[in-house]
Design a protein around this ligand. Sequence first.
Ligand SMILES: Nc1ncnc2c1ncn2[C@@H]1O[C@H](COP(=O)(O)OP(=O)(O)OP(=O)(O)O)[C@@H](O)[C@H]1O
Ligand SMILES: Nc1ncnc2c1ncn2[C@@H]1O[C@H](COP(=O)(O)OP(=O)(O)OP(=O)(O)O)[C@@H](O)[C@H]1O
Ligand SMILES: [Mg+2]
Ligand SMILES: [Mg+2]
Lengths: 228, 228
Amino acid sequence: LIEVENLEKDYPTGAGVFQALRGVSLRIAEGEFVAIMGASGSGKSTFMNLLGCLDRPTRGSYHLDGQDVGRLSSDQLAALRNREIGFVFQGFNLLPKLTALDNVALPLMYAGIGREARRRQAQAMLERVGLGERSHHTPLQLSGGQQQRVAIARALATRPRIIFADEPTGNLDSETSRQVMDLFSQLNREEGITLVLVTHEADIAAYARRCIRFQDGRVIEDVAQAEV
Amino acid sequence: LIEVENLEKDYPTGAGVFQALRGVSLRIAEGEFVAIMGASGSGKSTFMNLLGCLDRPTRGSYHLDGQDVGRLSSDQLAALRNREIGFVFQGFNLLPKLTALDNVALPLMYAGIGREARRRQAQAMLERVGLGERSHHTPLQLSGGQQQRVAIARALATRPRIIFADEPTGNLDSETSRQVMDLFSQLNREEGITLVLVTHEADIAAYARRCIRFQDGRVIEDVAQAEV
Ligand SMILES: Nc1ncnc2c1ncn2[C@@H]1O[C@H](COP(=O)(O)OP(=O)(O)OP(=O)(O)O)[C@@H](O)[C@H]1O
Ligand SMILES: Nc1ncnc2c1ncn2[C@@H]1O[C@H](COP(=O)(O)OP(=O)(O)OP(=O)(O)O)[C@@H](O)[C@H]1O
Ligand SMILES: [Mg+2]
Ligand SMILES: [Mg+2]
């Protein structure tokens, strides 16, 4: 489903070019549950943004479901994203003027779902992350961990084919983290949704069946693991 | 140093009043190193914002170094904050148009420190959190964990009397977390800086000598612990 070859990403800086990704090659099959770990600044979010079609590589290729993503126009890329991908951002990226419900309903609207149905589906997803009673709060009226859970619910709402989650439990206590990870595991197991999850916590990575480790823009380890 | 009595905080919502804090009474002595834990939404950040003089309680009293904080004007509160308090926000709150260096130097400027000296001190603090080579990057040119470390460096730069850190390692891998926690421990041990730190990770809380647990806007546990 996902195939990258010699993927590179450069950022121009005042001091010259910084190579955030220095040649990553790997494959992820449909239905896999993959964890990504590595030091702060090692290139994990940069990699996730490329896989999530939010950015383009400087060099190398990315094939998603057989399509060469580098050859698509911005419009085609946006359509692909809306149809196939759910993304939980490290910084949440919620719309501050919308309620939790409307934030979660937004991708459903882009998918052409009618008003009544998307409100029902958004409310149901908020309940699954424990925020059923907060659906009318805006982001500023929510705690950090509640905002993170709204971002998670929004990514899951359309039941996309692939979910990219960038440190989705960083602001959650252990009980709430477990609730979220059980939800991810269930979607992967029951609906075959492919999951790629960045985390720096080993007990969160343990939910996955494969762990990829980044260091200085490269993959230094890629191991199968028994899910705990 | 810190004395709160029957502290309450209400938030008006469409559905009525939500009580985020429901009567918290406790004391923190100068030089203590305290961890705060509790479920997402239990009131930790609300409590920290009151202690950090960023917000006022709805009911109850807060004495900081003997002064009744509730009786101070906004200007007096701002002056007290700048002089005595460093705050690491759960959402970082960096200024997007300033470099890491200028973000960290900002409180030094408010403290009246001259341009050359504050650039040197800001650079030194960035080096202590491992970002010496990133000082000219703006927040958008930094990873999530790097932004978090800039927020930490900024709170520490003026060597304030008290540091409130709201989930400071949420985006950091274990090695970088250890670096940050060693820095906090050192400042507490060698300079007597009072530390109040919210975390949801037990091995981060283990660096502290006391652990306070919140649930539904109340303190349900307050225990001394041997630092690990
Ligand atoms: N402006 C507001 N209006 C209404 N409710 C609010 C507002 N701000 C916070 N709340 C509510 O107050 C409660 C406590 O929020 P707080 O941010 O203190 O939680 P927290 O313990 O820091 O959680 P987390 O671990 O998720 O960061 C939450 O349930 C939140 O929804
Ligand atoms: N726009 C940019 N300009 C310059 N450098 C950048 C830019 N964006 C990211 N970087 C650098 O690229 C490197 C990788 O960033 P990335 O966000 O992928 O790291 P990460 O592994 O997600 O880290 P974290 O765990 O802290 O979130 C970092 O060292 C960062 O400073
Ligand atoms: Mg990142
Ligand atoms: Mg909080």
